[in-house]
Ligand binder design. Structure first.
Ligand code: PLP
Length: 444
């Protein structure tokens, strides 16, 4: 039987300053403006799930943003900013009837569904609502795939929208999500094309679809570099023009990570270091269960910096709980003198950290501290564009053209500070005091 501790107990709470998320509202405003500039006339609905902190929502509301909400609690939080309900979108394709009723009563009129049954539910609980049908995508190219659980095939998306008027709903158009931290802007092209085909079929059946929801997926600056946001904007705009021509729909998006990710730095402390079976294990007071959930499966590679300055050497990086799953990275270069009490900073941790954090093992969920002076964790640099396409079916890399070549080992080989590692095994780490792996050195 599991015993839950209602209030996490910390025997020396007054001594504990980490783990914490340092979050800059001013940086959120900057990110909002940057994404707006990159995406042109796309209306941004911030995905509240990414980080629902009141200061985040206030910054988004103040910047003129709208909100994508997944639950009644998120609706309440978004409305608490003073935003009108017309600026809210209910994007969760599978909800309870009370939740749909709650959104509707709060004044939300646009709902995303991905099945005929759910369309019937929305018709019953939110009569007259505006409907978007969610198209499935593969999630390929993204670091955190959202494929499989949600999304219908094009025929079903058409069937949902074709049925909508008979249910008393407005058939507005199509939504999709290409996967979070999507590193390849061209992944928007196929769903935009498919959506245009569905719009054409709907028009032929007498409908007037008018809305295309481009979802989220725009990147934050994690360790594996992405193209600049402008490339995402240009790619999407070209795809929309090519696919829709004169029938251009109104465009909206549901970004989370790109708006708030870079506005946060997670600070953790080293609890201790152990050596087992030839490996160095570094244990932090933050882990999978209290903030670093997106390291599950080593999906998200955070840029790291430490207070120690020794030579980079391989380590296993683990969290504080007694659970063996609480291991963030199995092989990461960290200074060889890293010791108890040292600090480790995780860049671009403003999203999907506090919102996932639990009190597992009695450790307090990650707390937030607002600041407008974030520690610098190495400066990210966008990848060159067009990006080279590496394939890595093992220890050898195939560049876009040319002969296969042996990659540097992803494991124990030290990284020279300031050097760029050409490994395509997706283990690019910025661990040294001066920055590495393509991240420019910066004074801290
Ligand atoms: C429906 C929906 N919209 C938007 C987002 C935000 O995605 P991102 O943070 O990649 O922009 C998510 C993330 O899970 C989502 O599920």
């Amino acid at each position: 039987m599991t015993t839950l501790i209602a209030a996490p107990v910390d025997a020396a709470a007054e001594l504990v300053t980490t783990p914490r998320l340092m979050l800059s509202p001013r940086a959120i405003t900057r990110s909002y403006r940057a994404l707006r500039a990159a995406l042109g006339d796309v209306t941004l609905y911030y995905a509240v799930k990414a980080n629902p902190h009141p200061a985040v929502l206030a910054a988004i509301a103040e910047a003129g943003g709208c909100f994508d909400v997944a639950s009644p609690a998120e609706t309440g939080a978004a409305l608490a900013t003073g935003a009108d309900a017309s600026r809210l979108l209910s994007s969760n394709p599978m909800q309870s009837r009370p939740a749909i009723r709650h959104h509707h009563a709060a004044g939300i009129d646009t709902f995303v569904v991905d099945s005929l049954d759910e369309a019937h539910k929305v018709a019953a609980e939110a009569p007259g609502a505006t409907l978007l049908a969610r198209l499935a995508t593969s999630g390929a190219g993204s670091d955190w795939s959202l494929a499989g659980k949600f999304g219908a095939d094009p025929a079903e998306v058409f069937a949902i929208l074709d049925l909508a008027p008979q249910l008393g709903l407005q058939a507005a158009g199509v939504a999709f999500h290409v996967g979070s931290q999507q590193r390849e802007p061209e992944r928007w092209i196929a769903p935009i094309d498919t959506a245009a085909g569905i719009f054409t079929a709907l028009r032929e059946h007498g409908h007037r679809p008018w809305l295309l929801d481009l979802g989220g997926g725009f990147p934050a600056s994690h360790a594996v570099p992405c193209p600049p946001l402008a490339v995402y904007g240009r790619t999407i705009e070209a795809a929309v023009q090519a696919a829709f021509g004169a029938h251009r729909p109104r465009l909206i998006a549901e970004p989370g990570r790109a708006l708030v990710g870079d506005a946060g730095v997670l600070e953790a402390s080293v609890l201790g270091v152990a050596h087992r079976a030839g490996r160095r294990w570094v244990y932090l007071d933050a882990g999978i269960f209290n903030g670093l959930t997106e390291t599950l499966g080593e999906a998200i590679h955070y840029r790291l910096r430490t207070s120690a300055t020794g030579a980079p050497a391989a380590a296993v990086l683990a969290g504080p709980t007694c659970d063996s799953a609480d291991v963030m990275y199995r092989c990461v270069d960290l200074p060889d003198d890293l010791a108890e009490g040292d600090r480790v900073w995780f860049a671009a941790a403003g999203v999907y950290t506090t919102s996932y954090a639990s009190a597992f093992n009695g450790f307090a969920p990650l707390r937030t501290e607002l600041t407008d002076t974030l520690p610098c964790v190495g400066c990210s640099r966008p990848t060159p564009w067009p990006a080279p396409r590496w394939r890595c079916p093992g220890r050898r890399c195939w560049p876009p053209s040319g002969r296969p070549r042996t990659t540097p080992r992803c494991s124990a080989s030290p990284v020279r500070p300031g050097s760029r590692r050409a490994c395509c095994c997706r283990r690019f780490w910025a661990a040294s005091a001066t920055g590495s792996d393509g991240f420019a050195p910066c004074a801290w």
